[in-house]
Every structure is written in C-alpha cells, then in structure tokens.
Write a protein that binds this ligand. Structure first.
Ligand code: GDD
Ligand code: MG
Length: 368
C-alpha cells in the first residue's frame, strides 16, 4: 500500500497557532499529529507516502526528512493551492503502484485509531464488485461541517453531499481517508478542484464508490474545540486513571494531579499547583506556585508565574505568563507571546505570536 497525504491547507481556523507551524504538525498529546499517522500507516505495511504540501512546506521537510517509521517520504509541492483534488492528481507522476496495489489518500488533519489494513481489505472486496474507491465513514450527530454519504446495505455509496446546507437523513460522514485503485486519477482534472464536490459525486453516480464504517476514535483537528477534544480523548486513552509522566519531571506531594494528565519531559511544577483534569503539558514547561491548569493544552517551553489559572485554553510554545494571569474560555496564545502579571484573557481571546499583552481582554478579541 502507498499513501498520498493532503497536507497543504493553511489551517486558517487554527490561527494564531498555525501562523508558526502547519496544522498537521500541531501536537496531539505531545506528539505532532502526522507522527501518529505515520506510525499507524507503518503498522498497515505502507511503504511509501507522498506529502502533498503547500502552506509552510519546508516545516514538513525539516521535521520528517525522507523517512519515518520505515515509510519513505517524498514531497509534492504545488505552486498555489489546488484544493483537495488537484494535489492528488499532481502526485500521479510520482507514484509507481504495483499491479493491484492499494492507494490510500487521506486528509492529513485527522487523528483516528483506524486499522488501515482493515480498510484495505474491505476495499479489495469492493474492487471485485467494481469499486474505484472506498471511503472511510464515521457516524456523527451534526453532519453539516462534513461530507455526508447515502449508503446502501450492500456498502455502495449512492450519493455524496459535501457540507450540505439543507437537511439530510444520513449521519454517516466522510472521515477523510480513502482506499482506491489507480483509476481514481482518471477522474481528477489537473487543476484546482475538490475531490469531494467533483470526483465523489461522479463515482457515486457510476456505482463505483463504496463505504467502510470506522467505529473507534476519530476527529478532525481543524478547529480549536475539536483540537482540544482530540487531545483529551488521546490523553484519556494513553494515561487513563494515572498521570502520564514522559521522562524526568519535578513536583512534590503538595501538587495535585487530576487525570487525564500528561507531563512532558523536563516539566517542573511548584508546590500547591493543581493540574487536570484534561491537562497536557509539553516538554520543559515550568509552573509557579498555586497554579491551576485544566481542560487545556500547553505547548513546549511555557513558563507560568505564581497563581496563574488556565482553563479550556491553548498556550503556544515558549509563552511567558506573569504571576496571577487568568486565561480561560477557549482563548489561544500564539508562540513566544508574553502576558504581563495580572492580565485576564477570558473568552475566545486570540493572541498573535510574540505579542506582549499588558491589558486584559474579557470577550472575543484578536490581539495582533
Ligand atoms: N496540498 C493541499 N493543497 N492540501 C490541501 C489544500 C490545498 O490546496 N486544501 C486543503 N488541503 C488539505 C488540508 O491540509 C487537510 O488536510 C485536507 O486537505 C482537508 O482540508 P480541510 O480544509 O481540512 O477540509 P474540511 O475539514 O473542511 O473537510 C474535509 O474533511 C472532512 C473530514 O474532516 C472534507 O474531505 C469533508 O468531506 C470531510 O468530511
Ligand atoms: Mg479538516
């Protein structure tokens, strides 16, 4: 099996964090999202992957180079954004598929515990019934932000609606992971195009599109709420009822750890702090006395003064928080920002990287 991973989106909905890193390198439980994916792909015997890059392309090459978990990685770089279809077509010339070898195509901004070999096996059965592609499906309540399919009991998809505006009966969405034959390339035009709007409806109309339902964990990390949710789910499955300590960490018996908690290597917690539930602290984070951190993700190298409270928020790499800072309500602080002592950022306040913030902001605001 070989893979094409769509990795070029600008991650607009995750700014300010994606001002300084691509969405696919955002940490999930202290490990870049794509590292999780490569590991799972290697378990399924994927030998080669092409990263279809555009926004911050160099960051991927710097992070992965030419290989990860035994998977050979090459890069396909567009001159300008080509949607979800165009970049796949561009990869055609870089791929040599063996006879009957499965091609996996996926949105890179997905975290899931899918068994890719089970998808492959299902696809191979579908190919014998005429399938070009098999789409991984996932059941959700609100389908409006996704591609939605109409699935027949025999596994055929008879309609595909991308981000439907009206009511649809189906709760099965496109999970953004497809197994296909090389025939898919003949359905994609060499231009900016959407695989969801132009290719899938056509394949469905020709009875050549099938579905494979995934029932484990799945999440798109494209929005802050979802990014946090995915982190907490992974933290729970990794750490469970015990704190997960990754390397050497310092704290005494006055510190309360309330799982799920992940503490990266080199974390130092001062006396009286309460960490968790749902707190992920990156490497070398230092926390002052009597701080409280819950329902939040803290990137590497953040320093907290004494008496800080961080709840339901994300703190970017290398941020400095003065004493008694409060950050809550889905606020997000970009890398290397400096927040002065006593400042409150209370609800959906987004701070740009390297910004020095001296005044509080109580409601939704971008500090640029
Ligand atoms: N190379 C390249 N070039 N990659 C791109 C481009 C581009 O111009 N635009 C988007 N991508 C990548 C993104 O980085 C992401 O990994 C993937 O394509 C999907 O783009 P999103 O912008 O995240 O799409 P979405 O989340 O709104 O919708 C898609 O995913 C849903 C599942 O999460 C669709 O495939 C839906 O049908 C699906 O339900
Ligand atoms: Mg997405």
């Amino acid at each position: 099996m070989k893979a094409i991973i769509l990795a070029g989106g600008p991650g607009t909905r995750l700014r300010p964090l994606t001002c300084t890193r691509p969405k696919l390198l955002m940490p999930i439980a202290n490990r870049p999202l794509l590292d999780w994916t490569f590991e799972r792909l290697s378990w399924a015997g994927v030998s080669e992957a092409i990263l279809a890059v555009n926004y911050m392309a160099e960051a991927f090459e710097k992070h992965f180079g030419g290989e990860r978990y035994g998977i050979r990685i090459t890069y396909s770089r567009e001159e300008k954004a080509m949607g979800t279809g165009g970049p796949v077509k561009l990869c055609e010339r870089l791929l040599k598929l063996e006879e009957e070898e499965t091609l996996l195509i996926m949105n890179g901004d997905i975290w899931c515990d899918l068994d890719f070999s089970a998808l492959e096996a299902s696809h191979k059965r579908n190919v014998s019934r005429g399938a070009v592609a098999t789409i991984t499906l996932y059941e959700v309540e609100d389908v409006s932000r996704f591609g939605v399919v109409e699935l027949q009991p025999d596994g055929r998809i008879t309609a595909f609606h991308e981000k439907p505006s009206g009511r649809v009966e189906s709760k099965l969405i496109n999970a953004g992971i497809y197994a296909s034959t090389s025939q898919i390339f003949s359905y994609i035009e060499p231009r900016k195009t959407s695989i969801e709007r132009e290719v899938f409806p056509r394949l469905a109309g020709e009875n050549r599109l099938y579905g494979f339902q995934h029932r484990g964990e799945w999440g798109d990390v494209g929005k802050f709420e979802d990014y946090l949710k995915v982190n907490f789910r992974v933290a729970k499955s990794l750490a469970g009822e015990k704190p997960r300590i990754e390397g050497s960490v310092e704290y005494d018996s006055t510190v309360k750890l309330n799982p799920p908690v992940i503490l990266g290597d080199g974390v130092k917690l001062s006396p009286g702090s309460k960490i968790g539930p749902n707190a992920i602290l990156g490497r070398n984070v230092t926390v002052g006395r009597e701080c409280q951190i819950s329902n939040s993700v803290v990137f590497d190298g953040v320093e907290f003064g004494d008496g800080c409270l961080v709840k339901g928020s994300i703190i970017g790499e290398g941020v400095l928080l003065g004493g008694n800072v409060r950050i809550t309500g889905g606020s997000v602080v970009g890398d290397l920002a400096i927040i002065s002592p006593g400042v409150k950022l209370l609800r959906k306040v987004y701070v740009c990287p390297r910004k020095e913030v001296e005044k509080s902001a109580l409601g939704p605001k971008r500090i640029v």
